[in-house]
Design a binder for this molecule. Structure first.
Ligand SMILES: Cc1cc2nc3c(=O)[nH]c(=O)nc-3n(C[C@H](O)[C@H](O)[C@H](O)COP(=O)(O)OP(=O)(O)OC[C@H]3O[C@@H](n4cnc5c(N)ncnc54)[C@H](O)[C@@H]3O)c2cc1C
Length: 346
């Protein structure tokens, strides 16, 4: 089977790219997606906050795929960029002219000891899964006093705002129930700032203070004892650990690329580049933390042109810049900073 464009993953990214390509006149686009269902994940925050039904976040995949796109209902298991092929779980092999890889991030609940066992009961939940978001709301709704902990992991995650939004929705609910005074609400962030964009960070600082939320910076969840309802937090600056007894814990799991992507030539693009081939790297620039808007807040997952170039042994670097990209922000135009590197294998 051969297609001009193969897109691995029919989630938000995959279907959006497929729609743009179809609109641009590309006729042969195939999407590899095993799931019959498409989920609007941003709505899961509202499900956890009691403001939306889980059922309203699901659509049949067939209904969201753009007209004219071929749906291959299987899972990609390996990519061979040199041969321009993708292996599917059922043993079939697809050929492509162009490949888009969009299988989303893997949720690693096992990355925090005790978390995988605890989620879904003992007051522990996470809006990051369709089946768990309604449990978040159950736990929040039932509590009338005690400690509630909301955590964000270090490293890249989808939606840097989601770990905070559920804390504010919960605090607002408890305030409306007259229970907020009996609650101790702790928001645990791995970062030194509230948010990557300083002026939004200032606003969020005010929102948290308005609900009396204690914010722990440079701190993350390292262990959960579900039956004992105890969370262990690590302050990475001081190197100290703290045990906290909770009534409710909303934990966002660590996230990373799926294992098959990590183990594929995609993770070693430099080595896989054929003579005459061009490597294009576009990513959020580390300078975005201080002078740009949006993007991840963790310096460990941001780039500098110099850092990318240092990993391009044997390639000729034609371009290595920090590029300003205009983006709309609150009715005005702000700038996001991207690292752009173009290199060629001689
Ligand atoms: C609780 C929560 C709140 C959020 N809030 C917001 C928000 O307010 N605003 C915002 O902009 N974003 C938000 N997001 C983030 C947003 O949902 C994601 O950024 C977006 O879904 C990413 O799209 P994606 O297509 O990359 O991944 P996904 O939407 O996760 O889709 C990946 C797809 O790839 C498929 N797949 C996986 N492995 C394979 C494989 N091997 N082969 C083929 N297919 C595969 C999966 O079945 C899935 O359909 C939120 C996310 C969560 C979880």
């Amino acid at each position: 089977m051969r297609h001009e464009v193969v897109i691995v993953g029919g989630g938000t990214a995959g279907i959006t790219v497929a729609a743009r390509l179809r609109r641009a006149g590309v006729t042969d686009v195939a999407v590899v997606e095993p799931s019959e269902h498409h989920y609007c994940q941003p709505l899961w925050t509202l499900v956890g906050g009691g403001l939306a039904d889980a059922a309203s976040t699901v659509r049949p995949e067939a209904r969201v795929l753009p007209v004219g796109v071929t749906w291959i209902r299987d899972r990609a298991v390996q990519v061979h960029p040199d041969a321009r092929t993708v292996d599917l779980d059922d043993g079939r092999r697809l050929s492509y002219e162009h490949l888009v890889v969009a299988p989303g991030l893997r949720l690693d609940f096992d990355g925090v000891p005790g978390l995988a066992e605890a989620v879904g009961h003992d007051g522990v939940s996470s809006n990051y899964r369709f089946d768990l978001a309604p449990r978040t709301w159950e736990f929040i709704r039932q509590v009338r006093g005690g400690t509630a902990v909301f955590t964000m992991p270090p490293g890249p995650i989808k939606c840097a705002g989601a770990p905070q939004k559920i804390a504010y929705l919960a605090a607002d609910w408890w305030r409306r129930q007259g229970a907020l005074d009996r609650m101790r609400v702790i928001l645990v962030l791995p970062t030194a700032a509230m948010f990557s964009q300083p002026d939004w960070g200032e606003v969020l600082k005010g929102v948290a203070a308005g609900y009396g939320i204690e914010v722990r910076h440079d701190t993350h969840l390292v262990e959960v004892d579900g039956p004992a309802r105890r969370a262990v937090l690590l302050d990475t600056k001081g190197g100290t650990k703290e045990d906290i007894d909770f009534e409710v814990l909303h934990a966002v799991p660590p996230q990373s690329a799926p294992d098959w992507v990590k183990a594929s030539p995609l993770a070693g693009a430099t080595a896989a580049l054929a003579p005459g081939g061009t490597l294009l790297v576009v990513g959020d620039d580390r300078a975005n933390l201080t002078s740009g808007v949006g993007g991840p807040q963790d310096a460990a997952v941001l780039y500098t042109p110099e850092q990318i170039v240092a990993g391009l042994d044997g390639l000729r670097v034609d371009r290595a810049d920090t590029v300003r990209r205009p983006v709309p922000a609150d009715g005005r135009t702000a700038e996001a900073l991207d690292t752009v590197v173009v290199a060629v294998r001689p």
